[in-house]
Design a protein around this ligand. Structure first.
Ligand code: SF4
Length: 148
């Protein structure tokens, strides 16, 4: 009951890094949750537990190797949930499209995140500006809050 009440009053985002350059992670972890942007003042919290998450933010290129783990994390997130593709790598493969293919079959790019998960919003850029990520998170909050 306490858990349900807490979930109604806040939105928890979980971000998963699939192997990019860390630029997107810096914008999320170091900028969005810094005192300057301070997403927590709007009751948007960060979590690393999929069972607590409402929004999955994926950064980095999606490869054959990380696809199963990504799907498993998505399945563990309870409904209602939303997915955000953050950055050019998650949206289209970015600068790694050709490079990863040279490393081995399991590192082949699976293409846009939308090929393997239902994407609700995208944060465009390389890396996306914090304002762009906030716009993407804001766009999925109604879907989460209205269904809780
Ligand atoms: S989108 Fe750009 S900043 Fe983000 S992980 Fe890919 S290369 Fe790095």
């Amino acid at each position: 009951m306490v858990k349900r009440s807490a979930r109604r009053k806040s939105v928890h985002v979980m971000f998963v890094y699939t192997g990019g350059c860390n630029g997107c992670e810096i914008e999320i972890a170091n900028a969005l949750f810094s005192p300057y942007y301070d997403l927590e003042q709007y009751r948007v919290m960060m979590t690393f537990n999929p069972r607590e998450a409402d929004v999955l933010i994926v950064t980095g290129p999606i490869t054959k190797r990380n696809e199963p783990q990504l799907k498993a994390i998505y399945e563990r997130i309870p409904e209602p949930k939303a997915v955000i593709a953050c950055g050019a790598c998650a949206i289209v493969g970015g600068i790694y499209v050709n490079l990863y293919g040279e490393l081995g079959p399991s590192d082949q790019i699976r293409g846009p995140l939308g090929n393997i998960l239902p994407v609700d919003a995208s944060a465009r850029g390389c890396a996306p500006r914090p304002e762009e990520i906030i716009r993407a998170v804001s766009s999925v909050i109604p879907k989460i809050v209205e269904a809780k």
